[in-house]
Design a protein around this ligand. Sequence first.
Ligand code: C2E
Ligand code: MG
Ligand code: MG
Length: 341
Amino acid sequence: MAIAAGADRARAAELARDIRTALAQPIEGDGYRLYLTASIGISRSPEHGESGMELLRRAEAAMTRAKRQGRDEACEFSAAQMQELEDRLVLGARLRDAIARNELSLNYQPQLRAADRRITGFEAPVRWNSPDLGPVPPGRFIPIAEALGLMPEVGSWVMNEACRQLRAWLDQGRDGFTVAVNVSAQQLQRPDFVQQVRETLQRHDVPAPMLEIELTESSLMENVERVQGRLAELKAIGVSLSLDDFGTGYSSLSYLKQFSLDKLKIDRSFVKDLPDSADDSAIARTIIAMGHQLRMVVAAEGVETEAQAAFLREIGADELQGYHFGRPVASAEIEALFPRD
Ligand code: C2E
Ligand code: MG
Ligand code: MG
């Protein structure tokens, strides 16, 4: 840590540059050469805080951003980060109680077979309706839940609620569909995750093949070997595994074949400009061909128009999901759509 009294913004940046230059000198040893880099966070008083503790915390937040941007950089704490920290405090405090207060719910969005547009299942994204803050989208509160260590609670609530709802539908004589829940990297990394899935299915007496777990590429690439083991255990239970937002992450194709995945979901960014965009058509075709070669079902998400749906079917997509067929809605509203024999 360096403290510079009376330094303005420019001086602080200069200091950070000097530190990085000094550290960049390789350290020569007996037969080795060591290279060091530094990720530096800068905070200034009084703009970013008055107390030493506050300044330290903010410098740390800025350093985390420097690391995220690829390390070996200096970042200054920003107004946007200030907002983010405040967001985190406000949302985090409310989120802690949200589960106990019954403020979370699941919505359901239909997934259809492209060939005959029969419903095969529903994805169940979580919703948080806070009495103080109103509806908070998952894209905003899930990262905060992760940062605050609240994800195990949120995740097990989601898993339990999905299975509870599945059981209720089974009891009404509805059958022949799946419910897909999203699982974050942090959840998957927990040692008791598989056991938790098993217990939840048992608690509600739900057949494992009715439960689908959606994972993202980044969550597979963290601790690859551990994840491989975990996915194999999940497969052994009988749940099915989907790779969400496919094409936006950095998954390695050589790993892809080693994970026992059942489904690839083409990210909606590649669907948005179909069928007009030649590039996106090429990407969609390629993902479909590759998925099929690896014996996976290929689904497309974010289907908003009939033209997209028809095109995706034509190029071989197996399943479709998106506003064109239905937005995520509460369980009571989705019941009208159930597959009928
Ligand atoms: P996702 O799993 O890729 O979910 C699809 C998102 O796209 C949903 O947003 C859904 O409302 C939206 N969507 C569906 N069809 C269309 C469409 O045709 N057009 C457009 N523009 N959007 C569409 P939502 O519900 O806000 O969820 C955002 C993300 O939050 C999800 O992306 C998922 O990554 C995460 N998430 C949601 N629920 C959970 C959860 O229970 N656990 C975890 N870990 N993550 C969750
Ligand atoms: Mg999903
Ligand atoms: Mg997705």
